[in-house]
Every structure is written in structure tokens, then in C-alpha cells.
Design a binder for this molecule. Structure first.
Ligand code: SF4
Ligand code: SF4
Length: 168
């Protein structure tokens, strides 16, 4: 039989029931959850020695937010690679689909795991070639079965010969 306030009491009992449960949330940033090895953060890992400057990643980006400018290396041969002068990725517009990573024929570009890149100005979200060079070489395993095969968890930095499907 219903009585005045029964609904409120029922709701309160539900709330009290949750007090006994372990919370699903954590107090970020003091505490952080373990991310998946395949995580797509808003950084990239670029191995310059693996990169030929072919710009396949730029052509494969659905948003056209990768800008690559190259010049031929001295005495270029057929099939030779190029010196990369500009490699800008506008992560302010990026949807982190990882298609640029997937299409890279040389495993030179990988998704990174960092996500704490809040900046006051949108233009500061553009990752430049110099920033790419400096970023920690800790790729995620997104589209990288060779890294999953060695159970790589992103804890240590990888050299260029360790990141690709073949050694340089
Ligand atoms: S992750 Fe997707 S949107 Fe972002 S740069 Fe790569 S291809 Fe473009
Ligand atoms: S990162 Fe890969 S796809 Fe992009 S220019 Fe370098 S080799 Fe080509």
C-alpha cells in the first residue's frame, strides 16, 4: 500500500545501495586508468628514418590536415626517398581515425598514447615536424600487429628497427 513519500524513500534506497559498491570512476588527474595498448591518443609517433616523404599519409587523411613538404635528397636515385621539411598535423581538427597510420607503407607513422595536450590557442594543437621528432617513441599497437605480436604495452621507447614490420 502506497504512503506519502514512498517514491522518495524508494529512490533513496537505490542511492544507498550504490554507496556500498566500488566506484567505476577515478579522481583524474591524481589517478589514471590503464589505457588500452591500441589507444589512439592525440599525438603521433614518427620515425624519420623510416619515412620516405611519400605523403601517402597526407593523401589518406579524410580531413586533409596533414601537410608535408619535401625536397629531393642529394643525388636522388630511382625509388630514392625525400628529405621531409614540413610535416604538420593539425590535431585540433583530427578525428583520430588512424587512417594515416594504416596507409603508411613504411610503418613510419604510428598513433601515440598521450592525451594531455590542452592548450589555450587552437593553432597550438598543430604538431610540427620538430615536435614530431621530439615526441617519445612509444607507439600504440593500433594497426600494428607486429607490436601486438610482441605484447608491446607502450612502456619503453622503441627504435625504428623495432617499430616496423621489417628491419631497416
Ligand atoms: S588520424 Fe585520421 S583525421 Fe587524424 S591525421 Fe590521421 S587520417 Fe587525418
Ligand atoms: S609517414 Fe609514411 S606515409 Fe607519411 S610520408 Fe612518411 S612514409 Fe609516407
Amino acid at each position: 500500500m502506497a504512503f506519502f513519500g514512498a517514491g522518495a524513500l524508494k529512490g533513496l534506497m537505490v542511492t544507498l545501495g550504490y554507496l556500498r559498491r566500488k566506484p567505476y570512476t577515478v579522481q583524474y588527474p591524481e589517478e589514471k586508468l590503464q589505457i588500452s595498448p591500441r589507444f589512439r591518443g592525440n599525438t603521433f609517433v614518427w620515425y624519420e628514418d623510416r619515412c620516405t616523404g611519400c605523403a601517402t599519409c597526407a593523401k589518406g587523411c579524410p580531413l586533409g590536415i596533414i601537410k608535408i613538404v619535401t625536397h629531393p635528397k642529394p643525388n636522388p636515385q630511382v625509388g630514392s626517398d625525400y628529405q621531409v621539411d614540413v610535416f604538420d598535423i593539425d590535431t585540433g581538427r583530427c578525428m583520430f581515425c588512424a587512417l594515416c597510420v594504416e596507409v603508411c607503407p613504411y610503418d613510419a607513422l604510428h598513433m601515440g598514447a598521450d592525451f594531455e595536450r590542452a592548450v589555450p590557442a587552437r593553432q597550438d594543437l598543430v604538431i610540427t615536424v620538430d615536435q614530431l621528432r621530439e615526441m617519445p617513441k612509444k607507439p600504440t599497437t593500433q594497426f600494428r600487429p607486429q607490436l601486438e605480436a610482441i605484447d608491446y604495452k607502450g612502456e619503453e621507447e622503441l627504435e625504428e628497427h623495432e617499430a616496423g614490420r621489417w628491419s631497416l
